[in-house]
Structure formats: structure tokens, C-alpha cells
Design a binder for this molecule. Structure first.
Ligand SMILES: Nc1ncnc2c1ncn2[C@@H]1O[C@H](COP(=O)(O)OP(=O)(O)OP(=O)(O)O)[C@@H](O)[C@H]1O
Ligand SMILES: [Mg+2]
Length: 260
């Protein structure tokens, strides 16, 4: 059975893309068949996987979703790219921003991504989708086709308001379209345990969301090593295999596998 996990938080820069890449490759290292989908017009995940200029890609997620809308043949061989660390990925670029607008008048517009995913599901154990920092139509499409949502949360400020909005959106999608949608949990990113402020935030989040949503035991530490990986087009397991970030993403991978 294939599990589809949306990596979402409409707050920008909280570690969604870094988590998608390193969790995805972490799962592949455990022998799982994995495809990562970039659902952000910024194309950061695409860049992180070694494509320096995503906007030059001719056939990206936006084109495939448009093919679904127009009931045209999808060119799977062209859209599914290979990364040397044993994962497949589907790139995105700025064209996805245009699609967000042009989908407004499309029939069953919330179901476009789900239709696409249903054609590739049988080939994978995990589909991880890196969302953009907004809750627009593309992100809703992702929530509609996902089994669960994993929410990266930056541990350096109190994000209560934004999180409530995200949780509300998830509940709405659950009520109206995708009743099976679960929350995989929150993962704390860029954690600096030397800071007392960080400790306070972790405690506050634990007491507010620990029971209801669940917070992963694994925390991703703040480290320049994590930031460096995206420029290299490789995972943290290659860039800094013995470092604390690689260890924390390995632990997160184990926790996600247990949720299976
Ligand atoms: N553990 C970490 N320690 C230090 N820097 C990190 C860590 N994780 C990610 N970063 C850096 O922080 C920045 C934001 O991370 P990332 O791109 O993963 O966030 P995002 O939520 O996907 O952002 P966006 O909302 O723009 O899509 C990037 O420059 C990234 O390299
Ligand atoms: Mg991102």
C-alpha cells in the first residue's frame, strides 16, 4: 500500500523542503520505493535535488496537472526524474503559480492532483509532497490526495496563530472531501537547545498540541550543514553523514515508518 504524505505549513522557511528531501531519501535508504513531488512554484525541492534552473524544465508538475484537466495523455517517462540516491521526483517551477490561477474555473478542481497520483501510486510505497507556503488551490489539491500531513514547525518563535489556521484547513478538507486525512504529527526544525526561548516554545507546543496532533520525538537541530545540502543537490546523509542533522532525520524516518 502506498502512503501519501503532505509536508505542509503555510509559514515560509520552516524546513518543509529540507524535511521532504531528507525524510524521502531516509525512507529510500530503508528500502522503500519513494517519489517526491515538488508542489511549490519556487521549485526549491527541484533545486535541492540537483536541478539548478527549474524554470527551464519544459514538462513539470504544472504541465502534468494541466494534462489531467484537459484529459490528455501524461508522459510519465518525462515527468518522473531519477535522483542518484534511489528516489524518483517530479519537478515544479514558476508555471505552477499560473496554474493556481487558471484552475479556478476547472470542474472538480480540488481533485486534479488526486487523479494524477492515482496513476502512479502502485509503483511506490511513499509519495511525499512538498507544499508551498500558502493554503491555495494547489495545497488544497495536495491535502485532498494525501493520507496524512506532516507539519514542520520552526522552534524559534511561537507559531500558534498560523498553526490554528492550518489545522482548520485540514479539518475542512477532512469534512468536505477527504475524511481519511490524518495528521502525521509536527516535527520541530531548526532547534537550538542552548536557547531558553526555544525550550519555552517546545514546552508550550507540547502542552497545546502534544495530545491532539502529536509531536515527533525526533527534533531537527539548527545547523549550517542542513542549509548547505540544498546547494549541493544531495541529502544530508551524503553531505554530513555523521552529523547531528543526519542522525535526527534518520530518527524521524524510523518514527514515520512506525506510523505505517
Ligand atoms: N536544520 C536546519 N538548520 C539550519 N538551517 C536549515 C535547517 N533546515 C533548513 N534550513 C535552511 O532554512 C531555509 C528554509 O528551509 P526550507 O527551504 O526547507 O523551508 P521551507 O519551509 O521549505 O521554505 P518555503 O516556505 O520557502 O518553501 C533554507 O535555507 C534551508 O537550507
Ligand atoms: Mg519549501
Amino acid at each position: 500500500m502506498c502512503k501519501v504524505i503532505a509536508i505542509a505549513n503555510q509559514k515560509g522557511g520552516v524546513g518543509k523542503t529540507t524535511t521532504t528531501v531528507n525524510l524521502g531519501i531516509g525512507l529510500a535508504r530503508k528500502g522503500k520505493r519513494v517519489v517526491l513531488i515538488d508542489a511549490d512554484p519556487q521549485g526549491s525541492m527541484t533545486v535541492s535535488l540537483g536541478i539548478d534552473e527549474p524554470d527551464k524544465i519544459e514538462y513539470s508538475l504544472a504541465n502534468v496537472l494541466m494534462d489531467v484537466v484537459n484529459e490528455e495523455e501524461i508522459d510519465y517517462a518525462k515527468i518522473i526524474l531519477k535522483h542518484e540516491e534511489n528516489i524518483d521526483f517530479i519537478p515544479a517551477n514558476i508555471e505552477l503559480a499560473g496554474l493556481e490561477v487558471s484552475m479556478v474555473n476547472v470542474m472538480s478542481r480540488e481533485l486534479v492532483m488526486k487523479r494524477f497520483i492515482s496513476n502512479i501510486k502502485e509503483n511506490y510505497d511513499y509519495i511525499l509532497i512538498d507544499c508551498m507556503p500558502s493554503l491555495g488551490m494547489i495545497t488544497i489539491n495536495v491535502l485532498v490526495c494525501a493520507n496524512s500531513v506532516l507539519i514542520p514547525v520552526q522552534a524559534s518563535y511561537l507559531p500558534v496563530k498560523g498553526l490554528q489556521q492550518l489545522i482548520k484547513t485540514i479539518s475542512r478538507v477532512r469534512r468536505q472531501i477527504n475524511p481519511e486525512l490524518k495528521i502525521e504529527g509536527m516535527v520541530m526544525t531548526m532547534v537550538d537547545m542552548r536557547s531558553n526561548y526555544t525550550k519555552d516554545i517546545l514546552e508550550a507546543l507540547e502542552s497545546t498540541y502534544g495530545e491532539t496532533i502529536g509531536i515527533f520525538d525526533s527534533r531537527i537541530p539548527m545547523s549550517v550543514r542542513a542549509a548547505e545540502t540544498s546547494a549541493e543537490g544531495k541529502s544530508i546523509y551524503i553531505h554530513d553523514p555523521r552529523g547531528k542533522v543526519a542522525k535526527s532525520y534518520e530518527e524521524l524516518t524510523e518514527e514515520v515508518l512506525v506510523h505505517e
